[in-house]
Design a protein around this ligand. Structure first.
Ligand SMILES: NC(=O)c1ccc[n+]([C@@H]2O[C@H](COP(=O)([O-])OP(=O)(O)OC[C@H]3O[C@@H](n4cnc5c(N)ncnc54)[C@H](OP(=O)(O)O)[C@@H]3O)[C@@H](O)[C@H]2O)c1
Ligand SMILES: [Zn+2]
Ligand SMILES: [Zn+2]
Length: 342
C-alpha cells in the first residue's frame, strides 16, 4: 500500500493545488476515512480565500465528505472498518462550552470544522472525529449522499425546525446547491413551494424539482407576487447575496420568518416596518449535527430526494471550484476519488 495520498490543498489564499501527503494514523477517538466523494459547497470559498475566522493555511477544504472507515483510533467502538460514513461542516463539538452544556452542540463555541480547523474532504484520505460521523444508507451512492451532508442538512433542518404546517406557503430563494435541495424538501414536507431565482433559465428546473411557482426576480417583483399569494409563512434565503435578502421580509405573511442560511459577504438591509407591524422575524440557521445528517439522509431515501450532481475527478478540484463560483454547477459538483467503486 502506498504511504502517501493525494489531496487538494489551499496553499495560499486563492491557490488550490494537488499535493501528495504522508498517510497518518488516527488519534484517540478518531477514524481515518478513505474518501470516495466530496461535494463543492459555496462555503468552501471561505477556506479558498483564506477568510474563515481562525483559518491557517495550508488547509484541505471540503465538508460534504463520504468514504469508508479505513483505520480506527483508540477508544472507537461505534464504527467498523469498511463502513461507509459521512462528515459535514461541524464535525465534532467540545462538549464543554455553554451551548454544548445546554444541548445545542451545533452552536459549539469551539467546534471541529472540516476544511477549516482540520483538513477536509478534497482528498483521498481524511482523519475525522468518530463522534461527528453519520452512517450512510445503502440506497445512496457516495456521490449522491455527499451534498446531503451540507447543502441537504442545512435546508432540511432549517425547514423542519421553522414551526411550519402542511400547506404553508414557503419560498426558497437562490437556486444553487442548497436551494435545489431546499425546493425538494419543501415540496416533500407538504408546503406550497415557491422558488425564487434570477433569470428564466432555472424555471423549468425549479418546477421539475417540485416548485409549484417560480418567481424570476429579473422580471418579477417577488414581494408583490408573494403578497398576492397572501404572503409566505417562511422564506428560506440561500443566495450568497445580502442585497437580495432584506426586501423579502415584506413578502412574508404576518408572523412569517425569513430564515437566513446563505452567508453573503455584503450586508443585509432591513426595514423595521414590516418586522414590527406583523411580528415578522429574521434569523439564521447553521447546518446541523451528525444525527441530523442521518435524519436528512433517511428522509431523502424515504421521499426519493436526490441532489442533481455533476461528478469530477478530485484532481480537477480547482476548475470545478471555479465553475461553482461562477454559478455554473447544476446543481452540485462532487469530487470523486479513485477509491469509489461503481
Ligand atoms: N447556513 C449554513 O449552514 C450553510 C451551509 C452551506 C452553505 N451556506 C451558504 O449558503 C450559500 C449558498 O451556498 P450554495 O453552496 O448553495 O451556493 P451555490 O451552489 O453557488 O448557489 C448559490 C445560488 O445563489 C444564486 N444567487 C446568487 N445571487 C442571487 C440573487 N441575487 N438572487 C437570487 N439568486 C441568487 C446563484 O444563482 P445564479 O445562477 O443566478 O448566480 C446560485 O445558484 C453560501 O453563502 C454558503 O456559504 C450556509
Ligand atoms: Zn461546545
Ligand atoms: Zn457547506
Amino acid at each position: 500500500m502506498s504511504s502517501t495520498y493525494k489531496a487538494v490543498e489551499v496553499s495560499a489564499a486563492g491557490v488550490l493545488r494537488v499535493v501528495e501527503r504522508p498517510i497518518s494514523e488516527p488519534g484517540p477517538g478518531q477514524v481515518r476515512i478513505r474518501v470516495e466523494a466530496c461535494g463543492i459547497c459555496h462555503s468552501d470559498a471561505a477556506t479558498v480565500t483564506g477568510t474563515y475566522p481562525g483559518l491557517t493555511l495550508p488547509r484541505v477544504p471540503g465538508h460534504e465528505v463520504v468514504g469508508r472507515v479505513d483505520a480506527l483510533g483508540s477508544g472507537v467502538s461505534r464504527w467498523k472498518i469498511g463502513q461507509r460514513v459521512g462528515v459535514g461542516l461541524i464535525a465534532g463539538e467540545d462538549g464543554t462550552c455553554e451551548p454544548c452544556r445546554r444541548g445545542d452542540s451545533v452552536n459549539c463555541q469551539n467546534p471541529v470544522v472540516s476544511g477549516v480547523t482540520v483538513d477536509g474532504g478534497y482528498a483521498e484520505m481524511m482523519i475525522a472525529e468518530a463522534r461527528g460521523l453519520a452512517s450512510i444508507p445503502d440506497e445512496l451512492s457516495s456521490a449522491e449522499a455527499a451534498p446531503l451532508l451540507c447543502a441537504g442538512i442545512t435546508t432540511y433542518n432549517a425547514l423542519r425546525n421553522a414551526g411550519l404546517r402542511g400547506g404553508d406557503l414557503v419560498a426558497v430563494q437562490g437556486i444553487g446547491g442548497l436551494g435545489h435541495l431546499g425546493i425538494q424538501f419543501a415540496r416533500h414536507m407538504g408546503f406550497h413551494t415557491v422558488a425564487i431565482g434570477r433569470g428564466s433559465d432555472k424555471e423549468k428546473l425549479a418546477k421539475d424539482l417540485g416548485a409549484h411557482v417560480y418567481i424570476d426576480t429579473a422580471v418579477d417583483d417577488a414581494v408583490a407576487l408573494l403578497q398576492r399569494m397572501s404572503g409566505a409563512r417562511a422564506v428560506l434565503a440561500t443566495a450568497p447575496s445580502g442585497d437580495s435578502m432584506g426586501s423579502l421580509v415584506s413578502g412574508l405573511a404576518v408572523r412569517g420568518k425569513l430564515i437566513v442560511v446563505g452567508v453573503p459577504q455584503d450586508q443585509i438591509h432591513l426595514n423595521a416596518f414590516p418586522l414590527v407591524f406583523g411580528g415578522r422575524s429574521i434569523y439564521g440557521s447553521l447546518t446541523g449535527t451528525a444525527i441530523d445528517q442521518e435524519d436528512t439522509l433517511a428522509f431523502s431515501v424515504l421521499e426519493d430526494i436526490r441532489p442533481m450532481i455533476e461528478t469530477v475527478p478530485l484532481e480537477q478540484a480547482a476548475e470545478a471550484y471555479a465553475r461553482m463560483m461562477q454559478g455554473k454547477a447544476r446543481f452540485r459538483t462532487v469530487l470523486v476519488t479513485k477509491n469509489v467503486k461503481s
